[in-house]
Design a protein around this ligand. Structure first.
Ligand code: MG
Length: 252
């Protein structure tokens, strides 16, 4: 099932996509989502980020080739940081390059969306807590990441967490092609099989620290090939079996 959120005159609603058709969703995170009445053609809807996380927990250096391109060691256990919920944007919304940075970069990532409240979850049980998967761009002000020494500012600007276009619930995430294109040119190309710490381990590690709520998001790290974005660029993150998350880039 593909789950979307879209804008209506009455406010945001969840929906379900089948081919080119969209439907209102019945249900909830707790009960599961089901197809309701027609909402028209998918192409006519204003899509929003497919979830509204209370927090985004992201992984640093979870692909060895990306750690290497920054001359960084591979961590001996998962290295986590936060992106604020205020950074989330949906498909088609612009990424704003802030005046504080001269080096804004894309990071194509597989995002895990949590479906049930999760605390102290064993790796063996982790799959039961996942609603599905979507595409993410962990947009990063690389110069500020280096100069600040910690990453809240570099990772936390408004618009620096594009998510979408939808959540796919029936997907094996262990070996999916992940590609980032800028203006149609491939910049990143890898597979989720190259993650150092796999998704069940990440959920065990994170929920030993904090409660994950339905709709919360884990960004599972980016492969090699990160590169600068400039105003006027179009950036597209594609994950096999999910789709393509496209966002334009503008000056702030
Ligand atoms: Mg990242």
């Amino acid at each position: 099932m593909k789950i979307i959120r879209f804008q209506t005159p009455a406010g945001p609603e969840f929906g379900v996509v089948e081919g080119d058709a969209a439907y209102r969703a019945e249900g909830s995170y707790a009960t599961g989502f089901r197809r309701g009445e027609s909402a028209g053609e998918l192409s006519q809807l204003a899509l929003l980020s497919p979830c509204q996380p209370t927090k985004i927990v992201a992984l640093g250096r979870n692909y060895a080739a990306h750690a290497a391109e920054h001359g960084a060691e591979v961590p001996s256990q998962p290295l986590i940081f936060f992106k604020p919920p205020s950074a989330v944007i949906g498909p088609g919304e612009p990424i704003v390059c802030p005046p504080q940075s001269a080096q804004v970069e894309h990071e194509a990532e597989l995002a895990v969306v949590i479906g049930r409240r999760a605390r102290h979850v064993a790796a063996a049980d982790a799959w039961d807590y996942i609603l599905g998967y979507t595409c993410a761009n962990d947009v990063t002000a690389r110069d500020l990441q280096r100069s600040d020494g910690q990453w809240s500012r570099a990772k936390g600007f408004d618009t620096f967490a594009p998510l979408g276009p939808w959540i796919v619930t029936d997907l094996d995430p262990t070996n999916l092609a992940i590609i980032c294109r800028v203006n149609g040119q491939v910049r990143q190309q890898s597979t989720t099989a190259n993650m150092i710490f796999k998704i069940p381990r990440l959920i065990e590690f994170i929920t030993a620290v904090m409660t994950l709520e339905p709709g919360d998001v884990i960004l599972t790290g980016t492969p090699e090939g990160v590169s600068p974005l400039r105003p006027g660029d179009q950036v597209a993150v594609e994950v096999e079996g999910i789709g393509v998350l496209r966002n334009p880039v503008i000056a702030g």
